[in-house]
Design a protein around this ligand. Structure first.
Ligand SMILES: Nc1ncnc2c1ncn2[C@@H]1O[C@H](COP(=O)(O)OP(=O)(O)OP(=O)(O)O)[C@@H](O)[C@H]1O
Length: 304
């Protein structure tokens, strides 16, 4: 075991219910790993095992070089930042007071409190009581709390819930900075559009099992889904016919302005050559499968 996180055939049962089933994966330093899966797939259970809040029924968990539910836990907590799925704070405290309280608990430098509030866009509301904060502001405060003490490992459960698009972008920039300084990030998310550029790999879970693990290139290769070619232009009916008759090709949509074709990855270049040599083609766009398409592909059959 050498990663920041190593799961080796980890199973966690609660009575008759198997919450995680022989899960193996690792995360290395400076990596952003996304945990994806339907409700009840096992994402939070995985985070709780990393935190040492749960103990595996069988298998081994190692986090930052030790077992998280052992004596290693206290040292681990100081190097770990955690944003739970549902953040809640003392409503009567101000943002500064909340962060100062958590800094004390974590033995982090209290000098970080104000810069962190500014970083997450709460500088203007630092001295307002939490009860006056919107949902997105509470989520930002939760992120600031998780970032206290410059964690080597950051665990974020549904971190962008309640954030508007600009705050979501700022959030991912903050993660990028942490990763740039060697931090490891594990985040779970249901919101797939927009996540892709910011993650290194995705672990797709279904019913407590690992359905897929890898970077976009690996997932695309394993899924072998067709890519989409968007064609702009007026083509003769016989040309459309010839294109859609190619093996594995499907004409997904067609109107007067052009058409959308699903094309096997292996046929991409041949089809593009054919299209650039066809009269009437004005423009071409190639779209590989997105994380959302890959997620749907791998999760097919898993409980949704
Ligand atoms: N406290 C608990 N006691 C018993 N079973 C639980 C408990 N918490 C979760 N489970 C069960 O464990 C399984 C995995 O749940 P988990 O919370 O890890 O899923 P998740 O992927 O985080 O889901 P969500 O997207 O809904 O947050 C589910 O079948 C769930 O019903």
């Amino acid at each position: 075991m050498t990663g920041v996180i190593d799961f080796h055939e980890v199973t966690h049962r609660h009575g008759a219910l198997t919450r995680l089933d022989s899960l193996s994966f690792s995360a290395s330093q400076g990596e952003v790993l996304a945990l994806l899966g339907h409700n009840g797939a096992g994402k939070t259970t995985t985070m709780h095992l990393i935190l040492g809040l749960l103990t595996p029924t069988s298998g081994r968990v190692s986090v930052l070089g030790g077992t998280p539910d052992s004596r290693h836990a206290a040292a681990l907590r100081q190097r770990l930042g955690y944003l739970p799925e549902n953040v809640s704070f003392y409503e009567a405290l101000t943002g500064v007071e909340v962060l100062t309280y958590f800094a004390r608990l974590k033995r982090a430098d209290r000098g970080q409190v104000t810069p962190l509030l500014e970083k997450v866009g709460l500088g203007h509301a630092a001295h307002r009581r939490v009860k006056t904060y919107s949902k997105g502001m509470r989520q930002r405060l939760g992120l600031a709390q998780a970032l206290l003490g410059e964690p080597g490992l950051l665990l974020l459960d549904e971190p962008t819930t309640g954030l508007d698009p600009a705050a979501t972008r700022d959030f991912y920039v903050t993660l990028d900075e942490l990763r740039g300084r060697g931090g490891t990030v594990v985040l779970s998310s249901h919101i797939l559009p927009g996540v892709e550029p910011y993650i290194d790999r995705a672990l797709i879970l279904g019913n407590g099992r690992r359905l897929a693990l890898g970077n976009m290139e690996t997932l695309r290769r394993e899924a072998a889904l067709p890519l989409v070619i968007r064609v702009r232009g007026r083509l003769a009916d016989s040309d459309w016919q010839a294109l859609s008759n190619q093996p594995g090709h499907t004409l997904l949509a067609r109107d007067d302005a052009g058409a959308t074709l699903a094309v096997p990855e292996a046929a991409k270049l041949d089809t593009l050559r054919r299209l650039t040599g066809t009269a009437g083609v004005i423009d071409l766009g190639v779209e590989p499968p997105t994380l959302e398409h890959l997620y749907q592909h791998f999760s097919r059959g898993a409980h949704q």
